[in-house]
Write a protein that binds this ligand. Structure first.
Ligand SMILES: NC(=O)c1ccc[n+]([C@@H]2O[C@H](COP(=O)([O-])OP(=O)(O)OC[C@H]3O[C@@H](n4cnc5c(N)ncnc54)[C@H](OP(=O)(O)O)[C@@H]3O)[C@@H](O)[C@H]2O)c1
Length: 368
């Protein structure tokens, strides 16, 4: 077995690498990395894997031969071809994962993924391609819990952001490839790490920090929020990659109903971890179109900031929060994957590892 892992210099991909490492499979893995050469690629990879606690021999034994230097949007399939021949499993995490209007989203997430998929299928005896998607590709207007289904999601411009549309479009395009062994794993919102908190990545945690600091956001206190930690996400993805047979070709890698947390419970857990009183008695739910009214509070509660940027960020994330989706994960659990720990169980680690970092600094991670 030879695994190709893409996106390992990112948040979810590195978590998947850690899950491979815990199974002793790191050295049967090739890594597609953007870098000038294999040496620079290996350095980038080691740096990121170290953030996930992979250290010592496992890190040192990684070699340049395991690094495929490539950018999905400019694949030299002739040069890359022979390096792909041994691949049996692909865990495709690489994507431009941003809620911004970055004009490269489509070329990365759709065209780049398709080019890579075609090249691997042409050169290798591919047994499984796990396509990491986003559960939010279902788009707005559905009833929660959202089912694990190909029917969820419209391939049109009804999406809140181009990113979720691109992720749905590429799933549909991959499904149409003849004899392509596709398994789609639609991940929910990934926040922190159940042991390392936000040390590997602060992605999205700043939204909670801002909501609690402002004592206002688009969530109702009883809204259930479907969030998973990166380490659990990596483990679940690797389970889907390695299990000899699977009952379905599409799964939610999500907290689902049992492991989602109510906003009010997150408030309590966050307050306890930060040694402060919960904001619940003062909390106000704000409609998306009224977030603008919070601007005068920004400087007082969030420090010196770029008001427009914060308003834009809160509006984007507030729109997703307002959907109030939980993603059903019965198919995943039926494959033997243990349920995710709820965010309330590990939020203290996220708080502890965020204390010294300004919210605006954490936010930069999500605006590429
Ligand atoms: N984070 C979440 O909450 C979440 C939720 C649901 C689904 N997902 C999915 O999980 C996957 C990873 O997301 P993430 O949060 O880990 O994002 P991330 O931290 O931004 O990592 C993205 C990874 O993709 C690589 N990449 C991007 N464009 C590439 C290209 N053209 N060629 C080669 N590599 C490229 C990046 O490489 P560089 O390091 O060179 O930039 C990086 O390794 C995505 O498919 C995303 O849709 C994430």
């Amino acid at each position: 077995m030879t695994i190709l892992l893409t996106g390992a210099t990112g948040f979810v991909g590195a978590a998947a690498a850690a899950a491979l490492a815990s199974r002793g499979l790191l050295h049967q893995t090739l890594f597609l990395v953007r870098a000038e050469d294999a040496s620079a690629g290996l350095n980038r990879l080691r740096e990121q894997l170290a953030r996930f606690g992979i250290v010592g021999q496992q890190l040192e034994k990684l070699s340049q031969e395991q690094v495929l230097c490539a950018d999905m949007t400019a694949l030299d399939t002739v040069a890359l071809g022979p390096r792909l021949a041994s691949i049996t499993q692909v865990l495709h995490c690489a994507a431009l994962a941003t809620f911004s209007n970055n004009p490269k989203i489509w070329v990365n997430n759709v065209d780049g993924t398709l080019a890579l998929a075609r090249a691997v299928q042409q050169h290798a005896k591919l047994q499984r391609w796990v396509q990491v998607g986003t559960a939010m590709c279902c788009g707005p207007g559905l009833t929660s819990p959202v089912r694990e289904s190909w029917d969820a999601g419209l391939d049109d411009d009804s999406h809140l952001v181009p990113y979720t549309h691109s992720k749905l479009a590429v799933e549909i395009a991959l499904k149409a490839l003849p004899d392509f062994p596709l398994v789609v794993a639609r991940a929910s919102i990934v926040v922190g790490h159940s042991v390392l908190g936000c040390a590997p990545s602060p992605s999205i945690f700043w939204v909670f920090r801002m909501a609690f600091a402002l004592e206002r956001f688009t969530c109702a206190p009883d809204d259930c929020i479907d969030i998973i930690p990166a380490d659990w996400c990596g483990e679940a993805l690797v389970s889907l990659l390695l299990k000899p047979s699977l009952a379905h070709n599409l799964y939610h890698v999500s907290a689902g109903v049992p492991s989602s947390s109510r906003f009010v419970d997150l408030d309590n857990a966050y307050a306890k971890a930060s040694n402060r009183a919960p904001v619940a008695p003062r909390y106000q739910q704000v409609a998306l179109e009224d977030l603008r009214s919070l601007v005068p509070l920004f400087e007082e509660r969030l420090g010196r900031i770029n008001r427009l940027l914060i308003l834009r960020a809160l509006t984007l994330y507030g729109a997703f929060a307002e959907l109030n989706y939980v993603f059903d994960n019965q198919r995943l659990l039926a494959e033997g994957v243990a349920p995710s720990p709820p965010l309330t169980d590990y939020i203290a680690e996220c708080v502890r590892t965020s204390e010294a970092i300004p919210m605006t600094e954490q936010m930069k991670h999500d605006f590429k």
